[in-house]
Design a protein around this ligand. Structure first.
Ligand SMILES: NC(=O)c1ccc[n+]([C@@H]2O[C@H](COP(=O)([O-])OP(=O)(O)OC[C@H]3O[C@@H](n4cnc5c(N)ncnc54)[C@H](O)[C@@H]3O)[C@@H](O)[C@H]2O)c1
Ligand SMILES: [Zn+2]
Length: 361
């Protein structure tokens, strides 16, 4: 078992436990005297909930919803509030989020607002939620077509990761989460990036030892960043590497590509802009680009409408007033923020990942 402590305002705030089963969950949080509402989606309810319940020696309530981003909205939160009220949940009770990032964001948002805040325990079950969304305290739901528009910063009481549940996660979802792992190496740690390269086979095969090492190292990086900047005023911006163009592609190709796949494309584009600005050599750019391939992540796509992408980039909420703040790489393991990325540089970078016209005579 591995244990990390995340600080907030320089004081210990919550622990992250990484293990291979759920046996230690009941001892990692003092559940005595609290009722527990498990919030989960229908897939995770089938694949993981029985394992969890077999290790909890007390009664729990379960609220489940249809899987997918389409459920991450105020309607689902409202249904959850209703169940909490009908079951007389009080402020001393607990919401346990069991699932991917959709479940974690939605359940923690409900926890942050129900009775002005009740305890939330995160039990992430997708790789993305293990390494990214379950820590850092960002919670929220989508509002109509606006992603993560309604939300709050709200810290969990515990994050409990059972890496064995990744066995039932579909491969595409696994590699989707891996894009964020790779991002952590690229922005903050060359040695972690090398570790990922050296253990490519084991990572793809979900080798238990390497998996737990990878998740721990990846979390250490996110933890360091969110501890320095819990409310996203500076340093936390670096986590946005690959996301400016990534989000723009995601909005453009929404139903075709997963978030992590768009982040991989966005990371390749951002690395190319770094090359254009003389921060990375051409060899470094090609190495970074090709690193995504063995992890089943795309480095090219087709039919990108550059003007639409540029429009999406400009309307990204990470815009600071009128200035676009772009995360670039000075080298592997060292990200920098640039405020002078031009439309022309973005178009050239898109040329590197967009391949439709290149095959025409
Ligand atoms: N709060 C944050 O800081 C933060 C950061 C990044 C992403 N997010 C949010 O996270 C969400 C994406 O998270 P996600 O990719 O985990 O999506 P998700 O929660 O939809 O999970 C992906 C799919 O995998 C299934 N699944 C999850 N665990 C499983 C398991 N162990 N076995 C079988 N199936 C399993 C789910 O049912 C779902 O179909 C987005 O809404 C995004 O906005 C939040
Ligand atoms: Zn992301």
């Amino acid at each position: 078992m591995k244990r990390l402590t995340v600080n907030f305002d320089e004081r210990p705030c919550y622990d992250i436990v990484i293990d291979r089963d759920f046996a230690a969950l009941k001892d990692s949080f003092d559940f005595r005297g609290h009722r527990v509402m498990i919030v989960t989606d229908e897939n995770v309810k089938k694949a993981v909930l029985p394992l969890l319940l077999s290790e909890l020696p007390f009664e729990t309530e379960v609220f489940s919803f249809a899987p997918g981003e389409g459920s991450k909205n105020l309607d689902t939160v409202k249904e959850l509030y209703r169940v909490l009220i009908e079951k007389h949940f009080t402020r001393s009770d607990v919401i346990l989020a069991l699932g991917g990032g959709v479940t974690g964001d939605l359940a923690a948002f409900a926890a942050s607002t129900y009775l002005r805040g009740i305890s939330c325990v995160q039990v992430p079950t997708s790789l993305l939620s293990m390494v990214d969304s379950s820590i850092g305290g960002k919670t929220g739901v989508d509002f109509d077509e606006y992603k993560n528009m309604i939300g709050a910063f709200y810290m969990p009481k515990l994050v409990y990761i059972n890496t064995s549940v990744l066995d039932t996660l579909p491969d595409r979802e696994y590699f989707n989460g891996f894009a964020e792992v790779m991002k952590h190496g690229l922005i903050k740690s060359e040695s972690f990036y090398r570790f990922l390269l050296d253990n490519m086979y084991e990572i793809c095969e979900k080798d238990p030892g390497i998996l737990s090492e990878m998740i721990e190292q990846s979390l250490m990086i996110k933890k360091e960043v969110v501890e320095q900047d819990p409310l996203e005023q500076g340093e936390r911006m670096l986590l946005n590497f690959g996301h400016t163009i990534g989000h723009a592609i995601e909005r453009f190709k929404g139903f075709e590509l997963l978030h992590g796949e768009c982040v991989a494309l966005g990371a390749v584009a951002a690395a190319h802009i770094s090359y254009q600005k003389g921060l990375l050599s051409m060899d470094e750019f090609y190495e970074i680009r090709d690193m995504f391939v063995p992890f089943c992540l795309p480095i090219s796509t087709e039919f990108l409408d550059y003007e639409k992408i540029l429009e999406n980039v400009r309307s990204d909420k990470k815009m600071d007033g009128k200035t676009l703040r772009f995360v670039l790489l000075k080298r592997v393991g060292k990200a920098v923020i640039s405020t002078d990325v031009t439309d022309e540089e973005i178009r050239k970078a898109l040329d590197e990942i967009n391949f439709d016209e290149k095959w025409e005579d």
